[in-house]
Each structure stands twice: as C-alpha cells, then as structure tokens.
Write a protein that binds this ligand. Sequence first.
Ligand code: ATP
Ligand code: MG
Length: 391
Amino acid sequence: MYNILIVKYGEIGVKGKNRYLFENKLIRNIKNMLRPIGNFNVYKEYGRIYVDLEDYDYEEVIEEVRKVFGIVGVSPAIRAEKDYDKLKEVALKMLEEKIEDGVKTFKVDSRRGDKSFRLTSQEMSVDIGGYLLTKLDGKIGVDVRKPEVTVHCEYREFHTMVYCDSVPGYGGLPLGTNGKAMSLLSGGIDSPVASWMVAKRGVALELVHFHSYPFTNERSQEKVADLSKILAKYCGTLRLNKVNILEIQKAIAENCNESEATILSRRFMMRIANRLAEIRHCDALITGESIGQVASQTIQGLTCTNAVVDIPVFRPLIAMDKSDIIEVAEKIGTFETSIIPEEDCCTVFSPKKPTTKPRLDKIELSESKLDVEKLIQEAVDGVEVVEIEFE
Ligand code: ATP
Ligand code: MG
C-alpha cells in the first residue's frame, strides 16, 4: 500500500544556514544505510526528506532508515496524484486498515500546501473527517483531543500525501557533521554503548582495541570485530586499529607494584590511543568508563588515566548505572555479543588487589622505572588495521 517514506529530523532545523549541509549529509547517510537492500531514490522537497519505496517491503526499509543518526521519526505514506477525491479515498483505505487493527478513535490533520486550493487546512480536516465518518458508519469515532490514530492529509502543489504512523528514530545529528573521535573498544558491554552514543551526536568514529596475543586468543579479537560490525551498521565502514600491549604488560609486571598494574596499563592504553588519534586526525578519545564501576574508575583512578592525554576524553557513560547501559546495549544490538565470555587483556594481568585510590605522584614514580616512550612507540609501530565493512 505505502509507496513512500517521510523522514522527520529534529535538531537539524535549528542550524540556520548550515541546514542544507546537514540535510545533504543526512540524505547521503540514508542512501548508504540502504545500499545493502537496494539503490533508493532519497531526496529533499519542501524542507522534508523522502525515500521512494518502489516495490520494497516498507517495514524492512524503515528498520534501516531509522538507524540513521539525526532522524527523529519515519512515516510510511501514500503519495498520489493531485486529486482531492482521490486523497479522500486513500485516507479511507488507510483508516480501514487501522480499524482492522482495532483502532476506535481518530482525527484528521490536514495541510494545504497549494495555497490556491479552495479549502483551507482547517476546512479540509472537517471535510475529510466528515467523509470518513459517513463511509465508516459507526465503526470508528472522532476524538480530537486524544485520538488513537491521526490521519495526516496533505494537498500539495504537485501531489497528495496521506500517512498515519511514525516509527521513532534515535535522534542525534547526522554522522560526520561533528568531527572524528578515536574510541577505545574493549569486548565488554560499555565501550560499544559509549561509542554509539558519541557517534549519535554526529561524531565519526575510528576504533582502537588492545590485546595481549598470544596470552589472549584470536577469538577475543574476533569478538571485537563483531562488535565493530554492529557499530558499522550505524556508522558505515569503520577502521579498527588493533594494538598488542603484551610487552607493556610484561614490563609493568616485572618492574612495578602489582596493585598498580591496571592503572599503569590503562595509562599506556590512553597514551597509545592519543598517539593514534593524532596520526588519524581524531580530535577526542571515547571510553566506556563510569564512576566507581571498577577500581580503575574511581575519581582518583580516572585522574591518573586522564593525566596522560592532551585531547578531550568523552565518557558518555560516566553517570549511568549498569542497568541503563545494558538497556542501550540491547536497543542497539551489541549486548548479545558483548556478553560472550572471552579473555580480555585487562584480566590476564589483573592484580588480585588493585588500588582504588591511586595517587598520581606515586603512579608516576612507578612508571619512571619503565622506558615509556619506547614501549609506546613499539606498540604503535605494530598496529594492525582492519577495515570493518558495513553489511
Ligand atoms: P567495557 O565494558 O567497555 O569493557 P569495563 O567496565 O570493563 O568497560 P574497564 O575494563 O575499566 O571497564 O575499561 C574502561 C574503558 O577502557 C573501556 O570502556 C574501554 O573504553 C577502555 N578499554 C578497556 N580495555 C580495553 C581494551 N582491551 N581495548 C580497548 N579499550 C579498552
Ligand atoms: Mg572491559
């Protein structure tokens, strides 16, 4: 029945003269998102974005379109030739389907796009509402305050449009409109959620994962690649930088106090990520840290890991509870993969009793026993890059 999708976007509207740049980006992102299904006609008309459905299943297409950041809702609609009687027939057909689904009340909301038309928007609503009530005799009632369904009818310059439903999107801003950040992606629950949340604000991502191969196995790296693939559904092709930090962890284990091992290796991760960010033109880092979740995420722990970076570190989960983080992970589809038990480089060398209140001066003193610069450089030189394709 439906032949077109209406894409509604929110915050873009407030961007003044940059608006058209955002809209064009959004159109490109929608086309990219739909590429695995087919080549769609996505275009802008009168301040709206449309997707022609052709013969595709509308539910399948909406499911993809709504993942595009910047979209607040998607409505399946019927576009027809400019004929007022035809418009009423289409509205009737759509409302009949709603009645079959059990809907009991409705209202009509109209828009006259063609100012030369004899009826105003208000008059159109009254006229179409009356027509629908007569045709559907007793099967449905009008409720202008709290209708179960609103039939949107538009009489535009070159066509008419009717729609009822709106499937919510995730909001945010079109990807690529707010620079690029390097996200530290572990195999856990948190970091994929953190990555997704920042990407939702229009920030393009690049990923870095630290492993201790052969102490950690290949499957744990595949798990991270799988998580990256899920993120790529929202972000397009992603670059995953894999860095082996085994030598660093060995050096820490040999030279430093065991209780400080986690904080020390986290500082190395941050430094390496910072270095890669510079090389790859990323202006910020992203982590999945949340206050107090583990020993290294106390305020003192965060102070120590934060002290080695010179670009902003985005920690979108900082004040979120685990249950709320899991809720997002489920919504975006990373949870099932995140909970697969795999080895993690942090657990391999993790101390039995990690310090929860590390002091920066003490940590720096411990670290002075290591050739920090050499260890970082070797790790960075050994980076392995995987292009994560969006499927
Ligand atoms: P996650 O669920 O994201 O693994 P976590 O609760 O296990 O987080 P930590 O292990 O303390 O917390 O890690 C904090 C953050 O540091 C992670 O969210 C991630 O951004 C980064 N990080 C930790 N381990 C790695 C790793 N092996 N590779 C890349 N980043 C990592
Ligand atoms: Mg972890």
